[in-house]
Design a protein around this ligand. Structure first.
Ligand SMILES: NC(=O)c1ccc[n+]([C@@H]2O[C@H](COP(=O)([O-])OP(=O)(O)OC[C@H]3O[C@@H](n4cnc5c(N)ncnc54)[C@H](O)[C@@H]3O)[C@@H](O)[C@H]2O)c1
Length: 375
């Protein structure tokens, strides 16, 4: 038993979390609609407002999480819906996702699924299309598995616009609340992009970088709004993984941190707070483990399959380190190791030669069809 459910937003969090597959209420809208809240109120919740809901009946039977969600949804709550508080001072209604690759597509999907308008941008029309078609495939799979309805899929797609044209993109930026950047993991490229964004975006726009290991403060230094620049580190695949690391740079304001934490919860994820440090929490531990697995492979101590089987069955990991490297992208793994190595100056973070060689050969994992495994 986790507690008593008081607000629709919490229904949303739980339906987006572990309860989703169990009860097949895949989205805020679906869950809230089933709970009897009228749809205009539902949309307001999705848009980031929290409403207090009065629950009819015996308080002792009020939605105790664990047993509660089906009780809540089946017994029909009478929602005396009224505005409760605004999240983080502003409502995040429109988000630009920069980069339609592995991470950008997933981030755009979860954001659009939460009822927020999303502009997905990449450097070519075909890359934007590729990102959109990955999103559609994911939505189709979710419909097939009964995780979401066909209407939910259609609604999510309606919230998504792919943009390549520079003029149209500059226009879209004008009323954007939040830019989530998921482009290549290179400081020089990121800084150039942020400098340009800073000139084109209104003052209110928050910049969140999905960097895996780079300094948020250094990225922020390319702008004149360092208090509004923050790290927002999603995990791969972004539409599945629950965690998001929220990383404050040296000048990130408490208001920005609050707003981003609320945003993360609104899209059904769980935030953890991190002070800026190379690799944050997860990658500082995870990627050196992958690097070590690559060294074991390079030294021919064991095959890729056996290394992965060993960690799955011996350490109870859901996926082996080399299969995970292919999923993350070998180039991304190398970039993270290089950041850890240069930032800490400690040889224990030295990137494995085989990883360097694979990147030079274009064997970047799943995204290029070849990595430690063939796809
Ligand atoms: N792959 C992972 O598992 C993972 C996990 C968490 C964080 N990250 C981080 O997310 C970011 C993106 O990683 P990815 O794996 O999605 O990379 P990716 O190579 O799959 O995609 C990056 C995309 O950004 C595009 N791009 C480059 N410059 C751009 C620009 N100026 N404007 C718009 N788009 C641009 C590229 O064309 C490409 O489509 C990196 O910072 C990475 O470290 C990756």
């Amino acid at each position: 038993m986790l507690g008593v459910l008081e607000y629709p937003l919490e229904i949303f969090r739980f339906t987006q979390g572990g309860f989703r597959s169990r009860f097949r209420y895949s989205s805020t809208l679906e869950a809230l609609e089933k709970s009897g809240i009228n749809s205009s109120a539902v949309e307001e919740v999705v848009g980031g407002m929290v409403y207090k809901a009065g629950v009819k009946g015996n308080p002792a039977r009020q939605i105790q999480l664990g047993a509660g969600i089906p009780v809540l949804l089946q017994q029909s709550i009478n929602c005396a819906v009224r505005p409760y508080r605004r999240l983080g001072g502003i409502n995040v209604k429109k988000v630009v996702v920069l980069g339609a690759g592995t991470m950008g597509a997933g981030i755009a999907l979860v954001t659009a699924q939460a009822g927020i308008k999303v502009i997905l941008r990449d450097v070519s029309e075909s890359l934007v299309q590729k990102g959109l078609s990955i999103i559609e495939k994911n939505l189709n799979k979710a419909v097939e598995k009964g995780k979401i309805t066909a209407e939910k899929k259609a609604e999510t797609i309606r919230n998504l616009i792919g943009v390549y044209d520079s003029e149209q993109f500059a226009e879209e930026l004008q009323d954007t609340d939040l830019v989530i950047e998921a482009i290549v993991e290179k400081m020089s490229v990121k800084k150039t992009v942020y400098k340009e964004l800073d000139m084109k975006c209104p003052e209110k726009t928050i910049f969140a970088t999905n960097t895996s290991a780079l300094s948020i403060s250094e990225i922020a230094s390319a702008t004149n709004r360092s208090q509004k620049v923050i790290g927002l580190h999603f995990f791969n695949p972004a539409n599945v993984m629950q965690l998001v690391e929220v990383i404050a740079g040296a000048s990130t304001s408490p208001e920005t941190i609050d707003l981003i934490n609320d945003f993360v919860k609104t899209i059904g994820k769980v935030p953890v707070q991190v002070k800026e440090a190379p690799g944050f929490i997860v990658n500082r531990m995870l990627v050196p483990m992958i690097n070590e697995a690559a060294c074991i492979y390079m030294e021919e101590v064991a095959s890729a399959e056996d290394i992965d089987t060993a960690m799955r069955l011996g350490a109870n990991h859901p996926i082996g380190p080399l299969a995970l490297a292919d999923m993350i992208g070998i180039d991304v793994c190398l970039a993270i190791m290089e950041t850890l190595y240069t930032e800490f100056g400690d040889p224990k973070y030295r990137p494995c030669q085989v990883i360097k060689k694979m990147v030079r050969s274009g064997f970047l994992g799943r995204k290029t069809g070849k990595g430690f495994y063939q796809y």
